[in-house]
Design a protein around this ligand. Structure first.
Ligand code: CO
Length: 209
């Protein structure tokens, strides 16, 4: 298919509906973006950032990749975090994982997936790091769910280690890093209660994960 006409049709309808609801919506947004949140989530099509918290375009700055990873040397996620923290001055960074994450699943088995296996290697490291508690789980589904949660906690820790986040805290700015998980089975978000609001708390979270 050379052109995806049906998507352009849907786009026209959507833009018209938005304008009908709020005639100044696009005019206002085109002047500047001032989102209050940075969302770091999975690429999974079932976990769209803005929709699941019922917000509008302009309200969340988003970075998504397979299994919502924040890798210390990944220029992509680091650039997003730097821009969000230093230029947009967001006050909240949300790392949101989800149960049933294919990236996490890929890291639990021996099946080969190609290039992606290198990316999910970071989750294999998390598995190794937490293998005692993971192996103590009653069954595979419980282990899978727990690894999805541990992965979020590790990424919260990684966000807290970035120089931009630490600089923000050192200069007394309010900046909160949250770890959430989404259930694709019922559409409900859960706060994993690992929120970090300063350097001291980031050390405490290290002990938790
Ligand atoms: Co996923």
């Amino acid at each position: 298919m050379r052109t995806l006409k049906h998507l352009f049709d849907r786009n026209r309808d959507w833009a018209a509906k938005m304008k009908e609801r709020d005639p100044e919506f696009f005019a206002r947004l085109s002047k500047q973006q001032a989102p209050q949140y940075l969302w770091i989530g999975c690429s999974d099509s079932r976990v769209p950032a803005t929709e699941i918290v019922d917000l509008l375009p302009g309200e969340i700055f988003v970075h998504r990749n397979i299994a919502n990873l924040v890798v210390h040397s990944d220029l992509n996620s680091l650039s997003v975090i730097q821009f969000a923290v230093e230029v947009l001055e967001v006050k909240n960074i949300i790392v949101c994982g989800h149960y049933g994450c294919g990236g996490v699943k890929a890291a639990m088995g021996d099946e080969k997936h190609g290039m992606m296996d290198n990316w999910v290697q970071y989750i294999r490291d998390i598995y190794r790091h937490h293998q005692i508690v993971l192996k103590a789980q009653p069954d595979e589904p419980a282990r899978y769910n727990l690894l999805c949660e541990l992965n979020v906690m590790e990424q919260v820790w990684n966000v807290c280690q970035t120089t931009f986040v630490q600089n923000a805290w050192d200069t007394g700015r309010e900046l909160n890093v949250h770890g959430w998980i989404y259930d694709i089975g019922d559409g409900i978000l859960k706060d994993l209660d690992v929120t970090v609001t300063n350097r001291a708390e980031s050390v405490a979270i290290r002990r938790k994960v």
